[in-house]
Design a protein around this ligand. Structure first.
Ligand code: HEC
Ligand code: HEC
Length: 187
């Protein structure tokens, strides 16, 4: 079943599952890692730490979110200052930096298990291919998330004043499908 799902996903991208080599899988992984380690993603994918990051903005390396903001165990700051106080849930309000990004989804941190901040390529690769280390996500779930998540869409189009990762959500989803079809190789 899982093989079929991957084959179908890869079919949609014009790549045959049998034809994907380990080298192509590794090349796709390197592109995936370049995005997944970009601050537009890691500023939220911070793991167990309570404070989101403000890296890749104007505050220097390893800068944490200002104003005493904490996500707490709710991941939305419900126990202190809720994220929605500043990150208003609103359709397409392109706010240039520096100001709180606003999208049509409740702004929040991911579950602790989706910890990408500061991880090496090898560590993140081993994590993403193993549902036991990845909040239960299979490759097909990752592909589906990448093409439907408003957070991912924002990360690739964060508006004026913010750097963004190479490529697009659709290209990243295709890379994940190719990487999966190659057996999710890690270096
Ligand atoms: C505003 C915070 C935020 C940002 C920014 C963000 N994410 Fe996420 N991400 C989440 C949340 C929350 C989840 C948990 C699923 C959900 O609630 O939608 C998640 C889950 C995921 C997942 C699914 C499971 C997994 O294994 O990690 C992927 C893939 C993902 N994000 C990719 C990205 C990528 C790629 C970027 C950057 C382009 C990004 N995210 C930026 C909040 C964010
Ligand atoms: C008091 C207002 C305020 C609250 C509350 C707040 N933020 Fe922010 N946040 C901001 C501002 C302002 C920025 C933009 C900083 C900049 O662009 O220089 C920001 C930026 C961010 C960024 C970085 C976006 C990027 O460009 O990479 C993340 C991640 C983030 N906030 C997460 C959260 C989370 C999660 C919560 C709730 C736990 C939260 N914020 C609560 C004001 C707030």
């Amino acid at each position: 079943m899982r093989g079929l799902v991957v084959a179908l996903l890869v079919a949609g991208s014009g790549v045959s599952a049998q034809g994907v080599t380990r080298e192509e899988g590794l090349a796709a992984w390197n592109r995936i890692y370049a995005v997944a380690s970009h601050p537009r993603c890691t500023n939220c994918h911070v793991g167990a730490q309570e404070v989101p990051m403000w890296e890749g903005l104007t505050y220097g390396a390893q800068a944490r979110h200002g104003m005493g903001v904490r996500a707490d165990s709710s991941r939305i700051g419900a126990e202190s200052i809720p994220c929605r106080t500043c990150h208003v849930t609103a359709a397409k309000r392109a706010v240039p930096a520096p100001s709180a990004p606003q999208i049509e989804e409740a702004w929040r941190l991911p579950p602790v298990a989706l910890d990408w901040l500061g991880e090496s390529s090898a560590t993140l690769c081993a994590q993403l291919r193993d549902p036991a280390l990845n909040d239960g996500h299979e490759i097909a779930d990752l592909v589906a998330h990448l093409t439907s998540s408003p957070f991912v869409a924002w990360g690739f189009a964060p508006g004026e004043g913010r750097s963004k990762p190479e490529g697009s959500a659709a290209e990243m989803a295709q890379d994940v499908a190719v990487w999966g079809a190659a057996g999710s190789p890690c270096q």
